[in-house]
Design a protein around this ligand. Structure first.
Ligand SMILES: Nc1nc2c(ncn2[C@@H]2O[C@H](COP(=O)(O)OP(=O)(O)OP(=O)(O)O)[C@@H](O)[C@H]2O)c(=O)[nH]1
Ligand SMILES: [Mg+2]
Length: 377
């Protein structure tokens, strides 16, 4: 049995498991009434309140909708940075260095480290914890690892909602670290205002980045481990590839920054480039466009998950059986059968009307948007 969110949030350092289900229910009930209080405390900078809200959201708690309603007017201020790159390239070290830099400016920083549950990369969590230790006692830094739990792509399915919680809690900068293998880069880009793609010298990362199509999502490129041989070559390779991918005059030209993250070298240069990107997002209107695409993808994902849940809960498994028989016998085509099924779960016209074009665009921006974000039990 997994640890209940209550236990985890209230006593993060103990492994105590709830023995008494009734007590747990009472505790749940008493907390259920206090979402506004939690939100209030989270906004006041109480790390426990933030942790608890994130846990509730991550676990798809029954209070999820109440929380989302309560924080909706509070969100939308934070700057969201996505960091991606091959395993071991230095994402956590760079994140940690950026946390230090933003803290020096007096900004509050949230970090969501997406921990791949894949057996190939197990152990990343521990590494992250160690590297993030510097900030463990700072109330204005919140760090949370989120499991991907088999969700395709690199992001944990509740990442957009956790992001919302941190945003509403008043964090000025929120960083999302994902191990970039395949789909993850593109996914993180759909959540972030600014996407940082990290490479390291001598790993052929730049070439692989090009192959995986992540050059398109990078707003700022970082050649980390610049203390190693081949850094200049990596910068040159990247510069050539970025130049080739370039799309016109007005568009942002992704800069390439060299860093040695453990020594904070290049970090000031990096924050300067990130500031420039933020300014460009504001002046070009691209920032608003990205935020709308992000919200659109979030809504679409929730709606699709809801539809899927309702379809799964159809009393008429029998109905599906009938339709299936017709399709198998060639009496009905599968699209018409699916239309019938969808029409049977929604009020007439609601789900059968053509999807809005802008929603389609958002879905394109988030290829994995069709996965359920948070299926409440
Ligand atoms: N020489 C050198 N080592 C670095 C640099 N940055 C990070 N490292 C080391 O590289 C290793 C991996 O760094 P992480 O920050 O954990 O890399 P990561 O990309 O977060 O790794 P995963 O999350 O496991 O994918 C650590 O041992 C770091 O100390 C750097 O600029 N130079
Ligand atoms: Mg890491």
């Amino acid at each position: 049995m997994p640890l209940s969110p209550d236990v985890r949030a209230l006593s993060p350092d103990t492994k105590a498991r709830p023995r008494d289900p009734e007590r747990l229910t009472r505790r749940r009930a008493s907390h259920a009434a206090d979402i506004p209080g939690l939100v209030e405390r989270a906004r006041g900078g109480d790390p426990r309140a933030v942790a608890r809200l994130v846990s509730l959201v991550e676990d798809g708690s029954p209070e999820l909708r109440t929380i989302m309603r309560a924080i909706a007017p509070l969100a939308g201020r934070a700057r969201v940075l996505g960091l991606t790159g091959a395993p071991g390239v230095g994402k956590s070290t760079t994140t940690s260095a950026l946390v230090r830099a933003y803290r020096r400016r007096g900004q509050r920083v949230g970090v969501l480290a997406i921990d791949p549950s894949s057996p190939f990369t197990g152990g990343a969590l521990l590494g992250d914890r160690v590297r993030m230790q510097d900030h463990a006692t700072d109330r204005d830094v919140f760090i949370r690892s989120m499991a991907t739990r088999g969700h395709l792509g690199g992001l944990a399915s509740a990442t957009p909602q956790a992001l919302r919680v941190l945003d509403a809690a008043g964090f000025d900068v929120i960083m999302i670290e994902t191990v970039g293998v395949g789909q993850a880069e593109v996914e993180v880009a759909s959540l972030a205002d600014t996407t940082l793609v990290l490479v390291a010298p001598g790993m052929g990362d730049a070439i692989q980045a090009a192959k995986a199509g992540i050059l398109e999502v990078g707003d700022v490129f970082v050649v980390n481990k610049a203390d190693r041989d081949g850094a200049q070559t990596a910068v040159r390779d990247l510069r050539n590839m970025v130049a080739l991918a370039d799309t016109g005059e007005a568009a942002w030209k992704p800069p390439i920054v060299s860093t040695v993250a453990p020594r904070d070298e290049g970090i000031d240069d990096l924050t300067a480039k990130l500031d420039q990107h933020a300014a460009w997002l504001d002046s070009s209107g691209e920032g608003v466009r990205r935020r709308r695409a992000r919200a659109g993808a979030e809504v679409a994902a929730i709606a699709l998950a809801e539809l899927r849940a309702r379809l799964g809960a159809l009393p008429g498994d029998a109905r599906l059986g009938q339709l299936a028989a017709k399709v198998a016998d060639g009496d009905l085509d599968p699209y018409s059968a699916a239309d019938e099924l969808v029409a049977s779960v929604s009020p007439a016209g609601a789900a059968t009307s053509a999807p809005d074009a802008s929603l389609d665009a958002s879905l394109d921006a988030a290829p994995d948007a069709a996965s359920p974000p948070n299926m409440s039990a």
